[in-house]
Design a protein. Structure first.
Length: 244
């Protein structure tokens, strides 16, 4: 999704929201909708800017071990303590230790921009449930903007030496069904000027907390990150599956 496309989608969304608000006769809320749209547009532009960036970033993940994210277009890798998820133009690898043997499933690659919900689940198995991609972060902010009573605010922080734009969404449980605690109550995402995700923190309706925070960043990447570890057993598959 290009920055221009993101803007078009966000402007279209804002038009619907403003029409709805005015139809209800609540003119005072139009400005808050406009502010949310601007924040989303700024975040979209930044997140897309990272697509062509070469970098290595390390993150602390709540409830899990630290994770390293490396990218050297068109290659990318997410590396956890006991496994890694690698995307290259030729193949996608999911590496983990199975029965004391380091094994890498190898499937045809669909490209980093085509990673689906199933792959996102596999990544969570490597990086931890608190790990979140920039695309998912943007999606959460976009979804938050249509929640009745939700608040979306913008701020600036410096994380791991990276100046970052942050968007915070709160009061999201206002749209939840009675007794439903599965959705987020509030969350905040921060994106560096370069477009790299620097932080995500969130609280679910049940009060549980999840999040990641960047601890280091460099504009280089080790080529070995985009290949299975030496000595790993390679298994060709048509579709990646969670390790047994």
């Amino acid at each position: 999704m290009t920055p221009r496309t993101s803007r078009i989608l966000i402007v279209a969304l804002s038009t619907v929201l403003v029409a709805s608000v005015m139809g209800c006769g609540i003119i005072g809320k139009v400005q808050s909708v406009a502010n949310a749209v601007k924040t989303l547009g700024d975040m979209a532009d930044r997140l897309k800017a990272a697509d062509n960036l070469t970098y290595t970033a390390k993150y602390n993940v709540d409830g899990a071990d630290p994770v390293t994210v490396s990218q050297q277009p068109p290659n990318s890798a997410i590396i956890g303590k006991d496994g890694r998820f690698i995307v290259t133009p030729d193949a996608t690898f999911l590496c983990s230790t199975e029965k004391a043997v380091l094994t890498c499933q190898k499937s045809p690659s669909v490209g980093a921009d085509q990673v689906g919900a199933q792959d996102a689940s596999l990544i969570a198995g490597i990086a931890g449930q608190g790990f979140i991609s920039p695309e998912l972060a943007l999606g959460l902010i976009l979804a938050a903007s249509v929640v009745p009573g939700a608040k979306v605010e913008q701020s600036n922080k410096t994380i791991a030496g990276q100046k970052s734009l942050c968007a915070t969404a709160s009061n999201l449980d206002a749209a939840a069904s009675p007794g439903d605690t599965s959705g987020p109550k509030e969350f905040s995402v921060c994106v560096a000027d370069s477009g790299v995700l620097t932080s995500f923190t969130g609280t679910d309706g049940d009060g549980s907390h999840k999040g990641i925070t960047m601890t280091s960043f460099s504009t280089t990447a080790d080529a070995t990150a985009f290949a299975p570890p030496p000595g790993a057993k390679i298994v060709d598959v048509t579709q990646l599956a969670s390790p047994k």
